[in-house]
Design a protein around this ligand. Sequence first.
Ligand code: UFG
Length: 343
Amino acid sequence: MSGKRTVLVSGGAGYIGSHTAVELINAGYNVVIIDNLSNSESDSVTGVEQITGKKVDFEVVDTCNTERLKQVFDRYEFDSVIHFAAYKAVGESMAEPLKYYQNNLVSFMNIVSLMKEYGRPNILFSSSATVYGDAEHLPVTEDTPRQPATSPYGNTKQIAEDILRDCCRAYAGVNGIALRYFNPIGAHPSALIGELPRGVPNNLVPFITQTAAGIRECLSVFGNDYDTPDGTCLRDYIDVVDLAKAHVAAVDRMTAGKMEENYEIFNIGTGRPVSVLELLTTFEKVNDLKLPYRMTDRRPGDVPAVWAETSRANEVLGWKAEKTLEETLRSAWEWEKKVRNIK
Ligand code: UFG
């Protein structure tokens, strides 16, 4: 396809960024990836190239470094940016709040101000369901009031949303979309890219796959006394390839000039609540293995349940989650096996 435009993907060597780069290229966009590799490997850019058969422009750039970022704006003619580059560990953000505010907000403000300065209109921001906190009514819609953030990480998502909203309001020619992700899981079906957390994983699915691989002894299920059908927490687990496609739909909407307001928000989830126990038994079933697990205390800060009302994304973006939980959990295990060299 010719005539499609170029998209700058910050944090494009990361988990969601690399999957999004693949889907953008599949949809005919040119992609420029920048990443400081602080929590990712350049191998994932190679993976993107192998999957798509296209060479990708990739530069090691820290988005907090304004001068380096300017060089990228001078060098490439993109009209949209997807800003993934950010720290994302909730616990670490409690211990090192400044690291999170500094990195996540300075990098985002750099991106927004250069987009404005260079007249590049479209900004897509990676937000999170964390902004809803412990919501009173479920599922949450985009109009569900945000709750005060319970971690500096969550606060950076709320503040960045506000920065984008205010800039879209104030500056003609700046358009923004915030996608609020629920729980991204799984890997590309090729097993060439996937999630590769450094150290002990915080999130459920990487902990499960590492336990299945024998790297972790036992999975702790954090709490089975919640007011939910089986007592464990409910979340909305969204396949990373489906999530990547939501970004393409959002960029399509921005570049086609179809936005009704110049700042829009979309929930990106499946709309289906899944408990921790359902997820782990499904993982065992589809991959034909047994996971050692035990019930432990609740993890401080966890909300009992959150899942998405997705009709806005379905109707306005024309996007819908397609993968089944079974497919997604198979892809997660295939990726872990590939990384660990397990036959
Ligand atoms: N869980 C376990 N054992 C584990 C890890 C997680 O039982 O070893 C449980 C958690 O208690 C929770 C569920 O699995 O009920 C999902 O936990 P994750 O850590 O995978 O995901 P969270 O819902 O806590 O976090 C996600 C994102 C964050 C975001 C947060 C709030 O990873 O970026 O949602 O929306 F801030």
